[in-house]
Design a protein around this ligand. Sequence first.
Ligand code: PLP
Length: 480
Amino acid sequence: MDAAEFRRRGKEMVDFVADYLENIEHRRVYPDVEPGYLRSMIPSEAPLEPESYEDVLKDVDRVIMPGITHWQSPHFHAYFPSASSYPALLADMLCGGLGCIGFTWAASPACTELETVMLDWLGKMLQLPEDFLAGTKGQGGGVIQGTASEATLMALLAARCKAVKCVHESDPQRSEADIISKLIAYTSEEAHSSVERAGLIGGVGIRMVATDEHFSVRAETLEKMVAEDKAAGFIPFFFCATLGTTPSCAFDKITELGPLCNAENIWMHIDAAYAGSSFICPEFRPLLDGVEFADSFNFNPHKWLLVNFDCSAMWVKKRTDLIGAFKLDPVYLKYDNQESGLVTDYRHWGIPLGRRFRSLKLWFVFRMYGQSGLQAYIRKHVELAKVFETMVKKDKRFEICAEVVLGLVCFRLKGSDELNEALLKEMTHLGRIHLVPCKLRGRFVLRFAVCGRTTELRHVQEAWTHITELSSELLLKHHS
Ligand code: PLP
């Protein structure tokens, strides 16, 4: 393919994507394929000779599209949203075209510098304390990680490094291995599994903290666990708070947990993967109160801020905690201005060396929506969730299972888990709307998340009609 053909095919691809997104609601949201469906549809080896672009595209339709779960469909209500917008798609196209890899400032100065400034812009939109911003003189700063899971892992590893150093200073005889074997991290029993996984990867013990009746971790509970662990010779060093838990969008009480962590020299990381985007709205910003006590904070613009995957924003108060933990300087990565104090080398801030020019997506989206456009988008989703909640509450056969704060509604048919499982199974089988379940206090609960950029009131109403019709049939069967 030469440049002339690329121009032609590129324009066709833009049309293909625009057509797909414009007509997405007419597709079955959840694919009707069985595991292993794809292998038999394509050859068992890569072609020896080149094939035509037409043939490749034909196979996109034949092989790929039947196996797509349509995350951007207005009928998609599973998990949490995966953001998408036209400005972000265009920025991603530019990113691919530039093809630069910004691991050091010199490897692509614009890639590095735009990232630092965009994270400052975004930090200001959230009214993060000044400490988290890089500015021109600050000690903090932001970085784009691929996912919230990586951000949590990086925070845990930086905290581990800091704790080891700290204990070693007061007890130089103690080996690093011995110290690490005594380190204990904490997170909510409602936290995302990525936090437990960070503990496994980081090779430290992790304990789950019980939550109160609102599914929130309270300081009193954590305080007791920390005291117990210290008395048993362990070293509490890390707490991952969640703002907007995956099952029910619950909020840990960071205004009381923060001071405890600070007093106990425990690194507090905040995972606000989904809910974080809402903090750009003044009315939701109080949910972030207490962030001033945190050492690091993370949320995913790729969930709810119209920036396509992947773009997970992470800030630290003291960037040297993160950078200092994993710094290596091979000669092939050195360059002239490295020690000027004016440059950032993002390779020190995360696991990979290579990194894409992801801040372009933020820049395009911020400028083309404006803060007001982004706020309006968040508010619309929250309002739609409230509409859904009201409809559930009006139907006495159902119950709401957790407070609806943002765009997620947890609900269930009053009755057995089996009944609710059967309802979800039928919904998934029909593929008209897509939801996933969660467990709350051991009970099987359905999660209705407002996800799509194009989800309107009518989609929410249609979804509810579909759910109630299926429920009526099911209850009839159940009672007959
Ligand atoms: N944390 C929370 C609270 C989440 O809800 C999720 C995903 O939904 C994650 C972490 C994982 O996000 P990621 O895929 O960016 O690692």
